[in-house]
Design a protein around this ligand. Sequence first.
Ligand code: GDP
Ligand code: CA
Length: 336
Amino acid sequence: MRSITVLSGGMGGARFLQGLLHGIAAGSLPGVAADAEVTVVANTADDIWVHGLKVCPDLDTVMYTLGDGIDLERGWGRRDESWSVKTELAAYGVEPTWFGLGDRDVATHLVRTQMLEAGFPLSQVTEALCRRWLSPVHGDRVRLVPMSDDRVETHVVIADDESPSGRRVVHFQEYWVRLRAGVPAEDVLVVGLAESTPAPGVLEAIAGADLVILPPSNPVVSVGTILGVPGLREALVSTAAPVVGLSPIIGGTHVRGMAEQMLTSIGVEVSAAGVGLHYGSRAQGGVLDGWLVDERDAATLPALQAAGLRTAAVPLMMTDHDVTAAMAAAAVSLVS
Ligand code: GDP
Ligand code: CA
């Protein structure tokens, strides 16, 4: 295998990608060339315009993580960050005050916004930003592509007693950052998704891959939105490459993040099997050939096999690069 395509959200996807690249470089992935190329198709439905700047959290998390600029503890934004801009904005009393814009990070958003306003599509802007972050570390071997150049934004419906309808819609970032996903999500609305088109190179990266991986990313607001870009799901269904996924749910809970709230909102059981069956096997109208679950979820293997999936149970906690590389190797083996 020389060419691998990964459909990624932010933190879960980025951590997996680190392990995958580690495994490729070490030659520890069965049948994968040590100089294999990885194309990352990233979710952009988390994107938000804030203080006049276009912020793309998942693109940036992948870019900073793979470019060794991420704040490892926080899992997003730049390392050695300072917060003067945020403090100054708060002193003016301008909203939103809950969104974290670090000083170093702001430079990325300024470059991006300026290029977008000059007429460049997001995919070209991302390529330009990655010349700083990815090329020095990975050369041409890693390519980061937004799922779409079009504006797509996830919104979450929550209960609100003060609203006449009893409900209110907030931007995904407000739900996650300000509300800390602490209230039930009644529904998820992805504005602009149905009208969006895949960014240049996305369909080709799926059709031309030797392997497609769904990493342990949020199945609703990361992978779910990517699959919702018209044409994307069809590309997965029809690619000659095997498609394998890794469960973001271990023992009935997400490890970090908010997959539980999101799965509940769309009526999918919060379990490794629930997510695997939600994606479904390509043999039965879904998008997967293989689905890897954690060893704690081994009891679900028969149900997944009955649904037409190749499956296995291995440790899926991404504690370090070696463990994550072993997860990637198990995923490759499953569908080889
Ligand atoms: P986000 O955009 O930053 O929310 O990141 P992703 O969508 O890429 O991934 C978030 C999901 O990754 C979380 O909801 C978890 O379910 C999952 N996750 C995080 N850490 C781990 C881990 O160590 N192992 C597994 N299997 N899943 C994880
Ligand atoms: Ca995200």
